[in-house]
Ligand binder design. Structure first.
Ligand SMILES: Cc1cc2nc3c(=O)[nH]c(=O)nc-3n(C[C@H](O)[C@H](O)[C@H](O)COP(=O)(O)O)c2cc1C
Length: 410
């Protein structure tokens, strides 16, 4: 199968506008603006079964339909914060196949009637932002962005915006606050961004990978996209594979392959052929899965991974073998979330602080009661935080202690 998203692996120089155009680039956008009503574009995306690739897997077309048409202007924001540890797919898309992503932003903007779209990138991606600025300028020059596009009344500008290196700014409402120039902290919801988003106006926030699917869905049709993948999860997904595997990297696969296919097929198996112990399917935010045969034969789609007591999230699969202690893994995740908690809500701010103190105590004082205490603190945080960061912080802790007790006894 040829790639749908990582098309630069099949088509050299697709990151130049001429090669992109020669391979059908911008035809979907031009066709949509000239021949389709905005709601028709949304319907195609809805019928394709595309779900958000930023983590939550929310149906994309449905999100676009939620935009409040009584309140204008509308905005589109591409979430290029890519800050989940273990996730490195959006960067490859933006650097290697930038026009397909930007065409996806343009199609989403046309579908929801937005005349301005923002690409919000993590601060460390400043070179990527500079590169995208050049690509946006080329699109303007070629007449794919600007005023009265293709002789119609539709106008669109795309702007990049850099964050300052805070994980929380990947959370969509903290991201919107950050674009507005405020401290990046999550908003209380509801209202959700499609009714109250950027500058209080209806806003669609979508992940880079989500949007990069859209041009081919429009040009090849919803049925084509739906025919790839599983009934639960249509299409393709980029899996960022890392940890103790021989061949880490990004792998674009149709939904429906197994963990075994990904780790032993694409990834070449475990370093030194050691036994696999655990899988984190969604970066540092993951629940820890015991990597037994049942797990390895589980299908990679949103519903199937849930049967293992975990979420697929952004599909940043971190592989852990028998050389790694789960206690060490959770001390790393706790350290990360303690550092990244924005401090706005008490359960996340205080909970992460205490989890870090207790995990440090476990490492230095070896008191078994501290393991119970850590589990207790994590469970008290669950369901009480303002946004999912606090929830994410507890996932590896609770599942690590409950599913790998031998590592804590040791
Ligand atoms: C703490 C936190 C960090 C997040 N980081 C990202 C991120 O880096 N990139 C991303 O696309 N979504 C991230 N999300 C999810 C976004 O809030 C949002 O759901 C997503 O951008 C929606 O796009 P989608 O529907 O295309 O998936 C994060 C969520 C939370 C709670």
């Amino acid at each position: 199968m040829t790639h749908v998203l990582l098309r630069h692996r099949d088509i050299p120089n697709i990151n130049t506008i001429d090669v992109y155009k020669k391979n059908g680039g911008f035809e979907a956008f031009k066709n949509a603006v000239i021949k389709m009503k905005p709601e028709e574009v949304t319907n195609v995306v809805k019928n394709s079964g595309l779900r958000g690739r930023g983590g939550a897997g929310f149906p994309t077309g449905m999100k676009w339909q939620f935009m409040d048409n009584k309140n204008w202007p509308h905005y589109v924001v591409a979430n290029a914060d890519e800050s989940e540890p273990g996730t490195f797919k959006d960067r490859e898309i933006m650097e290697q196949n930038p026009f397909q992503f930007l065409e996806g932003v343009a199609l989403a903007s046309y579908a929801v009637g937005a005349n301005a779209a923002y690409v919000y990138l993590r601060g460390e991606f400043w070179q990527v932002a500079k590169f995208l600025d050049e690509k946006i300028a080329e699109m303007e020059e070629a007449g794919f962005l600007g005023d009265k596009l293709f002789g119609t009344d539709y106008s669109l500008r795309i702007y990049t915006h850099l964050g300052a290196g805070a994980y929380i700014c990947g959370e969509e409402t903290a991201l919107l606050e950050s674009i507005e120039g405020k401290r990046g902290q999550p908003r209380v919801r509801p209202p959700f961004p499609p009714s109250f988003g950027l500058y209080g106006k209806p806003t669609v926030v979508n992940n880079v990978e989500t949007l990069t699917n859209v041009p081919l869905i429009l040009s090849k049709g919803a049925d084509w996209y739906k025919s790839i993948g599983t009934a639960d999860s249509a299409g393709v997904k980029i899996f960022s594979l890392s940890g103790r595997v021989k061949k880490p990297g990004n792998y674009e696969l149709p939904f429906g392959k197994t963990f075994r296919d990904l780790i032993y097929g694409e990834g070449g198996g475990i370093i030194d052929d050691r036994p696999i112990k655990a899988i984190m399917p969604a970066g540092a935010s993951s629940s820890l899965i015991v990597a037994d045969d049942k797990a390895l034969d589980t299908i990679l789609d949103y519903a199937s991974v849930r049967t293992l007591g975990a979420d697929l999230g952004s599909a940043s699969v971190i592989v852990i073998d028998d050389t790694v202690s789960i206690e060490w893994v959770i001390s790393k995740t706790i350290h990360f979330f303690k550092h990244e908690s924005c401090g706005k809500c008490t359960p996340c701010r205080e909970g992460n602080h205490w989890m870090l103190s207790v995990v440090n105590r476990i490492e230095h004082h070896h008191n078994p009661e501290d393991v119970e205490l850590l589990l207790n603190v994590a469970k008290q945080m669950q369901g009480k935080c303002l946004c999912a960061l606090g929830e994410f912080a507890t996932m590896a802790v609770v599942t690590g202690i409950e599913r790998f007790p031998q590592d804590f006894k040791a």
